[in-house]
Write a protein that binds this ligand. Structure first.
Ligand code: NDP
Ligand code: VSD
Length: 307
């Protein structure tokens, strides 16, 4: 049965910006009470104001809590406790806080590999761990992990980022198997490039190869991505993807992930072979982008030396 958002308590980590903020807006529009979790208090207050414009009744509340979700489990646990005291038990948790760093493997600062794992992976483990017991007691709940298309395939430039997003899928699959009998549904979202402040930041250091390869998939708007995530989370769909390339990638990489409907399972079975053929063409084009960029760099270095 789909979750009713009217009167429900939705916690959105990373709710002060980008996709997370749009997820909060979407839930608020459907009557939910929202807790936003992020570090920067200024951005939180600003987002709260924006979200409040969409209220549908005068009881609705947007609560802001400032915490770094990646550092200390006790802190995160406290924050969730505070939120539950004010707005009641969490019905849905959306783990959207995260960041991307793109660069050549040897150029990414070595500390960044651990830091991204902390933010993107542990930063989703901690809030989920903090809400799960209450959800199990209540025999209801939704947990959403915001992965990425880069959590379905590894791409040039994402040696630090992709693994953190792949990790979320492993977590989601294992957790879903545990909590399904308790009527708790886990969703993994795999958005494509999305126009957000985080994306603009990431682009400042993104290698040309990564940019060109990413252009194979469309650039989406955050509100569009958020609508899909919220719809799939309410339905209890395990996979959530946007667009036709998103659909192909999810079907192709479904592996042993849980299946939500018989139709979904049948579609995966029927389309997988065809999508693998399409994927081979994409992979060929990615390899040729990488090779062209290398030759170009090589040539420009040579001409620099002769200058
Ligand atoms: N935009 C894109 O192209 C895509 C994004 N994604 C994923 O979607 C998610 C959201 O991305 P996007 O909207 O672009 O990101 P933004 O950078 O716009 O927003 C990130 C949010 O997360 C919060 N946040 C970051 N680090 C922490 C932390 N350590 N503790 C608490 N809060 C934190 C930020 O607030 P503050 O800094 O104040 O803490 C902010 O609210 C990320 O997980 C990203 O990997 C997936 C695919 C594509
Ligand atoms: C049948 C096969 C179809 C294949 C389609 C392949 C398309 C690949 C494009 C990948 C784009 C990567 C997006 C990463 C977004 C992200 O997470 C960052 N922007 C975060 O900020």
């Amino acid at each position: 049965k789909p979750l009713k958002l009217a009167g429900a308590h939705v916690v959105v980590t990373g709710g002060s910006s980008g996709i997370g903020k749009c997820v909060a807006v979407e839930c608020f529009k459907q009557g939910a009470f929202i807790t936003l979790v992020a570090r920067d208090e200024g951005k939180l207050v600003q987002a709260k104001k924006e979200i409040e414009k969409y209220s549908i009744n005068d009881k609705q509340v947007v609560l802001c809590i400032s915490v770094d979700i990646s550092k200390d489990y006790r802190q995160v646990e406290n924050v969730i406790k505070q939120a539950q005291e004010k707005l009641g038990p969490v019905d849905m948790l959306v783990n959207c806080a995260g960041m991307a760093i793109a660069g050549n493997f040897e150029e990414i600062e070595i500390d960044k590999f651990a830091r991204l794992m902390e933010i993107n992976y542990l930063g989703s483990v901690y809030p989920s761990r903090a809400v799960i017991s209450t959800m199990k007691e209540r025999r209801m709940g939704r947990i959403v992990f915001v992965s990425s298309q880069a959590g379905q395939l590894g791409l040039f430039g994402y040696t630090a980022y992709s693994p953190t997003k792949f990790a979320l899928r492993g977590l989601a699959e294992a957790l879903q198997m545990e909590v399904k009998p308790y009527n708790i549904y886990v969703t993994v979202a795999y958005p494509p490039d999305t126009d957000t402040p985080g994306f603009a930041e990431e682009n400042k250091t993104k290698p040309l190869e990564t940019k060109l390869i990413s252009e194979s998939s469309s650039l989406c708007q955050a509100d569009q991505v958020a609508r899909v995530i919220v719809k799939d989370a309410i339905q209890g769909n395990f996979n959530s993807s946007v667009g036709s390339d998103g659909y192909m990638l999810s079907s192709l990489t479904c592996g042993m992930s849980p299946v939500t409907t018989i139709t979904e399972g049948l579609q995966q079975v029927v389309t997988m072979g065809l999508f693998r053929i399409i994927a081979l063409f994409y992979l060929g084009s990615f390899d040729s982008i990488v090779r062209r960029c290398m030759i170009q760099k090589h040539n420009s270095q040579k001409s620099c030396k002769t200058d």
